[in-house]
Structures are given as C-alpha cells and as structure tokens.
Design a protein around this ligand. Structure first.
Ligand SMILES: [Zn+2]
Length: 413
C-alpha cells in the first residue's frame, strides 16, 4: 500500500497489539474496566502522536529490502532503536546471525510479539507506484509488506512500556523477528532453542486485506522445503556423452514425475520448484544438479505424504539416470491454530480502533493496483471483516492482520 498516506492506518493499528496486551495484563491483576478503558484511550493517543516516527521506520526497513538470512541492516536498525529505549538485545539467537530478541520488563505475563523482516527476490519497487517499477532492476524488495510489521510493533510496545512503567504494571515483553520467513528459516529453530518456553502469549502482525484476527485453524498451508541433489558423472556432451551420467536428467525426470503425480493429488495441495543448479554449460554433461521443492498442504499427515512422495519420485529419477540422490530439509512449518481468548480480546480492540479513514489518494492507488493485478477494483475496505470463527481451540498465539488493497492469498511462506 502507499506508505505515506497509509501511515495513519499503521499507527492506529499499532494500538491493537498494545491494547490487547494491556487487556491481558488487566486479567492477571486488578485494573478496573474503567481504568483499562482510560489506559487504552491514552495508548491510542500516544500511538497517534508517533505517526512520523512510525513512518520513518516503515520507510527505512523498506529501503533496506534484505533477503532471508541477509537482514543485516534491518536487524541493526531495529535493535538499535529498541536498545536505545531500554530493551536488552540478544543477537544471533538459535545460531542465526541476523536473528535476535529484544526484551524489557520483568515477571509475568511474558508476552512475545513478532513480525517478519525478510523481503522477496526481484521485488524491488518504487513506493506509491501501482505497477511494477523497480528502484533497481532485478533487486530484491518488500513485495509482501514485511517492512511494516516490526515498525508498528515497536511503536506499540514503546507506548505500552511508558504506561507499564508509570502504572507499575508487571510483565515482560519480547520482540522477535521472523528471519528468512520466505524460506521457513528461523521460527522452528527459535522454538527448539527454548525462546518461547516461558511465553504466556504470542502476538504476530502481518499485512492482509483488512484489519482482522481469527482463532482456530488459521486457514493457511503448512509445508516442507526440500532440496534434492543428484550426482552423476561429467563427460564431454559431444565427444563422449556415453561416459556421462547427468544430474540434470535426474532433475528433469523428477519434475516430470511430480507433474504427472499432480493430477492425482487433492486440490488443496500446492507444490512448486526451482532449479538452483542445472549444470554449467551445454557441452558438459552436468555431473551435479539440484531442484528445490516446497510441498504445501492443509494438515500434517497430508504434508508428510507429499514429502514422502517427493522422495520416492526423486529416488526413481536417480535410478533411471544412474545418479546418486541426496536431499536436505531446508525448513518446515505447520498449519497455524490460533487462540480464541486472545483473538476475541483483540477483535474488541480492533472494533474500538476501527478502520482508518482512507484518503482519495489511498483509494486511487489501491484501485490502480487492483486493476493492474486483475483483482476486483473495489478500493480499500470500508468495513471490518469480522472475527473469523473456526473450529479448534488452540495454543497461545494470535495473528493481527494489517491492510493491503489486495488479498495476499496463500502467500504465507
Ligand atoms: Zn509474509
């Protein structure tokens, strides 16, 4: 979305995460409902005052546009702000150089607030332009709004911290980044390292096509990211091709097998691949080649079935080409299930804040973008989308969705 005109949306929406925290704290000790309302109103005003600061952070992270595991400047900038504001930074967590946590406060409740920070290959884009117009041709860029989440989290928690300090409200806040989210590269590692062990609630922000939250089955896919490597024997492709065993042949046969297999898979699956290594030059039979797959489905058993089918087809391709196959799991994520009490508290706050007042410029840009993308040209939403009510009770986590003029669909990784 347009960054300049959409700022009020970001700033106001910062309140949601923060106000939800105050609600949470209120339940853990005695703050009267009237006092809570007064604190929320104060929080909203404080956040509104931070529009320029929030805008600067959104723009700054946008300008860095760093790919997964390369979020060096982004992390330096964000942790710098947090450190200056009294947060204790732990750098390079879970063995990931650009990952960190920023903690403030003490005792319970312990609230974790996250958002992704990586960008997307070849998505360099001039802000405020509705068609693809890169700042630098071929460079990466924030095509998925990951420049917005942490800035709004920071605005929210700084405002909240001020109130917690003054009112002597106990609690610990931990901000954490989704590093290499597009490659599923970090979150499971943080969990395994115990960073969420004592967390009471986790709130996550992400762009969406309305300001919303939900509970139960989040409606997203889970997936496994796997790279298959094939190794054969190099040979001159004209002089002695019979001496060669081609890794690229194996890659092509694997893809062919998988694409035939698609016909017999459920429609909920999504699978896609790229060939990071297809050989060096045509006159050399490629001794090595690799293909990188994402296997996506709606449930753990279905994801595992795809993953195992992928291995089976890769093994068959290796057999056909007399090559050796190895595979590496590069990342995994499972379908999200979100917490009902947090979502309900959050949605009350969303209603209290309401949607931003869109300017004509906001609407013009949104409609132009929708037209460009072939989406229904309806502009930015005029009403909240409601609290999505899915079936399952779930772990202590919630996602707050911010506003983009289009639905990102199954964009999550
Ligand atoms: Zn994302």
């Amino acid at each position: 979305m347009t960054i300049s005109k959409g700022l009020s949306a970001f700033a106001k929406a910062c309140l949601i995460a923060a106000a939800a925290l105050v609600s949470y704290k209120a339940s853990a000790q005695t703050i009267s409902p009237a006092k809570l309302d007064a604190l929320k109103t104060e929080l909203m005003k404080e956040i509104d005052k931070q529009q320029k600061f929030t805008q600067e952070m959104v723009d700054m992270v946008f300008s860095f546009g760093e790919l997964g595991f390369q979020e060096v400047e982004t992390s330096k900038y964000l942790t710098g702000i947090l450190q200056k504001n009294g947060f204790k930074i732990e750098q390079g967590i879970a063995g990931i150089p650009t990952a960190w946590t920023a903690k403030w406060g003490s005792g319970k409740p312990f609230i974790a607030i996250g958002s992704d920070i990586d960008c997307i290959p070849k998505a360099s884009q001039k802000p405020g332009v509705a068609y693809h117009d890169p700042i630098i041709e071929g460079a990466p860029g924030h095509g998925e709004g990951h420049n917005a989440g942490q800035p709004l989290n920071i605005t929210a928690i700084l405002a909240l911290k001020k109130i917690m300090e003054r009112e002597k409200i106990p609690g610990t806040i931990m901000l954490w980044p989704g590093v290499a989210e597009e490659q599923l590269g970090s979150k499971a590692y943080y969990v395994r390292e115990g960073y969420f062990k004592d967390v009471d609630a986790c709130i996550f922000t992400h762009v969406g096509n309305n300001m919303s939250t939900s509970y139960g089955d989040g409606g997203g896919n889970g997936m496994v990211s796997v790279k298959f490597n094939f190794e054969g024997e190099a040979a001159h492709a004209a002089g002695a091709p019979w001496k060669g065993r081609s890794g690229l042949d194996a890659v092509e046969l694997m893809n062919l097998g998988w694409n035939y297999h698609r016909e017999h898979m459920e429609t909920t699956q999504r699978s896609h691949y790229v060939i990071p290594d297809g050989g060096d030059q045509p006159n050399v039979v490629p001794s090595k080649a690799s293909v990188w797959y994402y296997f996506r489905e709606r449930s753990y058993p279905k994801i595992m079935k795809m993953y195992k089918d992928g291995i089976k087809i890769a093994e068959a391709a290796a057999k056909m080409t007399d090559t050796k196959m190895t595979y590496e799991v590069l990342g995994s994520a499972w379908p999200g299930h979100f917490n009902q009490p947090i979502a309900e508290a959050m949605y009350e706050n969303i209603k209290a804040v309401g949607l931003p007042e869109w300017s004509d410029d906001d609407q013009t840009l949104a409609k132009a973008l929708q037209k460009e993308l072939g989406s229904p040209v309806e502009g930015l939403p005029g009403t909240l989308s409601g609290l999505a009510n899915q079936r399952y009770r779930s772990p202590p986590a919630a996602v707050v969705r911010m506003i983009l003029p289009i639905s990102p669909g199954t964009y999550l990784q």
